[in-house]
Design a protein around this ligand. Structure first.
Ligand code: HEC
Length: 125
């Protein structure tokens, strides 16, 4: 292949990969701000499910330090993917057969959701 053609082909391949890659590459540091404002009261400052509100809830808020997730919100057979966490964060757990205590945050932007998920992932011990 001509070198120019090859580099064009490579550019197209890279662009295709970028498009195919999940768009959930969030920023955990930015996500901490969202988390502290909207999630920590239940899920706890370190994600252990022991926030002041969370401590009295049944079922308890998910303990993010365990890194185990329940909901397969996109129904693809694997629970706890970024998309699953995003759907539960947006629409609430009740939508996926869980507790209404985990209300949804439909007003968070895609970026805020991606960031808060990155932060939740960082809480795993
Ligand atoms: C009022 C308390 C409360 C607040 C505030 C709260 N959650 Fe929850 N969350 C819960 C409870 C309770 C559950 C467990 C629901 C269940 O198991 O049915 C839960 C579960 C979850 C799950 C499900 C994980 C899994 O196992 O699949 C995610 C994701 C989640 N919360 C994210 C968030 C995010 C992100 C925020 C902040 C934007 C937040 N939560 C704020 C109470 C809360």
């Amino acid at each position: 292949m001509h070198p120019t053609a090859r580099s064009i082909a490579r550019l197209i391949a890279v662009a295709a990969l970028a498009i195919a890659a999940p768009s959930w590459a969030g920023d955990a540091a930015a996500g901490k701000a969202v988390y502290d404002t909207s999630c920590a009261s239940c899920h706890g400052p370190d994600g252990k499910g022991d926030g002041p509100v969370g401590a009295v809830l049944n079922p308890p808020p998910r303990d993010f330090s365990a890194g185990d997730f329940k909901f397969d919100a996109n129904k693809n057979g694997t629970a706890g993917e970024d998309e699953d966490l995003a759907l539960v964060t947006r629409k609430g757990a009740l939508t996926y057969g869980g507790s209404p205590l985990m209300a949804g945050w439909p007003t968070l932007t895609d970026e805020q959701v991606a960031d808060v998920i990155a932060f939740i992932r960082s809480l795993k011990e």
